[in-house]
Design a protein around this ligand. Structure first.
Ligand code: HEC
Ligand code: HEC
Length: 304
C-alpha cells in the first residue's frame, strides 16, 4: 500500500470510529447497592413507559413483553425499529452488561458502539442518574427471554449524518433527593418519565427539543402522533396556570380532561397513574416553576 492509500484508509477508519468513544460507565459500590430491579420496573413500566415503543404490541398491550419491533420511519433516519429488550441472548439484551445498557439509554450507543437512531429518547434519558439507569438495566436483565430478531434499516442520510451526529457525552449523575420538590419533579418529568419528550415542541432540521419552550405543547406534532400534546406551562389561558394540584392529579389518575373528555391512550395515563402521589405532586410543583408560554396551537383543557 502506498502512503497515500494508508492515509485515506486511516482517515476513513477514524471517521467510522467517531462512535465507540463513550466509555461504558463504572459504578461505585454505593450505586450498585441502591439500584434495585423493583425501582427499575417502576421506571420502565410506570414513569417512562418504555412499552409504548418497545412492547411486542404497543397498540394493545403497553405492559406486555418488551420484545420490540415497532417501526419508525423518517427521512432523516430511514426505518428504525424498537429493539428487543428482553434477556434473550441472541436477539435481546442477554449478552449485554448492565453498563452497556446504561450507555445505550444515556448516550445512545449500541453494544458495538454504533449510534442509535434518536427515536430512542436518549436526548432526555441522558440526565438519568447512575442509580436509576442501573436499576433499569437490572430490571431489563430480569425479563424472561423472548426470541424476536429486530433489524434496523438506517438510510443514507442517517449513515452520513453520523459524521456530524454523535453520542451524548459521558457523565456520572446523582439524582436530586427524592421528595415533593420542584427539583425532583423536574428530574422525573424530563429524565425518568418522558413527559418532556412529548410535551416540548421540536425545532430545526434534526427535530430537536426546543429547550427555550420546555413543556409548551406541540402545535405541529410529528405525523406518527395520533393526538396533540397540550401546553403544560403555567400560562393561564393555554397552559395549566389555572389548574390546582387536585386538578392535575385527578386528570392523570382518571384519564379524563377537566372538560370531561377522555384522554387519548397515546398519552400513557394508564401507566403514569401508577406513579405515587408524591411523584406526581413533585411534577406538578416543577411545572409551576416554568415560565408561562402562550401556545394557542396546543392548549390544555380548561375547566368548564
Ligand atoms: C419513542 C420510542 C422509544 C421509547 C419511548 C424508548 N425507546 Fe428504546 N429504542 C427505540 C428505538 C427505535 C430503538 C432502536 C434504535 C436503533 O437501533 O437505531 C431503541 C433502542 C433501545 C436500546 C438499544 C438496544 C439494542 O439492541 O440496540 C435500549 C437498551 C433501549 N432502547 C431501552 C429503552 C428503555 C429502557 C426505554 C424506557 C426508559 C426506552 N428504550 C424507550 C425507541 C424507543
Ligand atoms: C407519548 C407522548 C406523551 C407522553 C410520554 C406524555 N404525554 Fe401527556 N399528553 C400527551 C398527549 C398527546 C395528550 C393529549 C391527549 C388528548 O388530547 O386526548 C396529553 C395530555 C396530558 C395532560 C392533560 C392535559 C389536558 O389538556 O387535559 C396532562 C396533565 C399530561 N399529558 C401530563 C403528562 C405528564 C405529567 C407526563 C409524564 C409523566 C406525560 N404527560 C407524558 C402525550 C404524552
Amino acid at each position: 500500500m502506498t502512503f497515500r492509500r494508508i492515509l485515506i484508509a486511516t482517515s476513513f477508519i477514524a471517521l467510522g470510529c467517531r462512535h465507540g468513544n463513550v466509555p461504558v460507565p463504572a459504578f461505585s459500590p454505593a450505586t450498585t447497592s441502591k439500584a434495585t430491579s423493583a425501582r427499575g420496573e417502576s421506571i420502565v413500566r410506570n414513569a417512562a413507559v418504555c412499552g409504548q415503543c418497545h412492547a411486542a404490541d404497543p397498540q394493545r398491550d403497553v405492559d406486555g413483553p418488551l420484545s420490540g419491533g415497532m417501526e419508525f420511519s423518517d427521512w432523516r433516519i430511514g426505518t428504525a425499529r424498537a429493539a428487543n429488550l428482553t434477556s434473550d441472548v441472541e436477539t435481546g439484551l442477554g449478552s449485554w452488561s448492565d453498563a452497556e445498557i446504561v450507555r445505550a439509554l444515556r448516550n445512545g450507543e449500541r453494544k458495538d458502539g454504533r449510534l442509535l437512531a434518536p427515536v430512542m429518547p436518549y436526548e432526555w434519558l441522558h440526565g438519568m442518574s447512575d442509580d436509576d439507569a442501573l436499576a433499569v438495566a437490572r430490571y431489563l436483565k430480569s425479563l424472561p427471554p423472548v426470541r424476536h430478531e429486530v433489524r434496523q434499516s438506517p438510510n443514507f442520510v442517517f449513515k452520513l449524518g453520523k459524521l456530524f451526529l454523535g453520542p451524548k457525552p459521558a457523565a456520572s449523575i446523582a439524582a436530586p433527593l427524592r421528595g415533593v420538590t420542584a427539583q425532583y419533579g423536574g428530574y422525573l418529568a424530563q429524565n425518568v418519565g418522558l413527559c418532556g419528550e412529548c410535551h416540548t415542541p421540536r425545532t430545526g432540521l434534526r427535530s430537536e427539543p426546543d429547550r427555550s419552550r420546555l413543556f409548551a405543547g406541540m402545535a405541529h406534532p410529528p405525523k406518527d402522533f395520533p393526538a396533540k400534546p397540550p401546553n403544560l406551562t403555567p400560562d393561564p389561558d393555554t397552559g395549566i396556570g389555572r389548574w390546582s394540584e387536585a386538578d392535575f392529579l385527578q386528570t392523570l389518575r382518571t384519564g379524563t380532561k377537566l372538560t370531561g373528555v377522555q384522554l387519548h391512550a397515546f398519552m400513557p395515563w394508564r401507566q403514569i397513574r401508577r406513579m405515587s402521589d408524591d411523584d406526581l405532586r413533585a411534577i406538578y410543583l416543577y411545572l409551576r416553576t416554568l415560565p408561562p408560554i402562550r401556545n394557542d396551537g396546543a392548549p390544555a383543557a380548561q375547566k368548564r
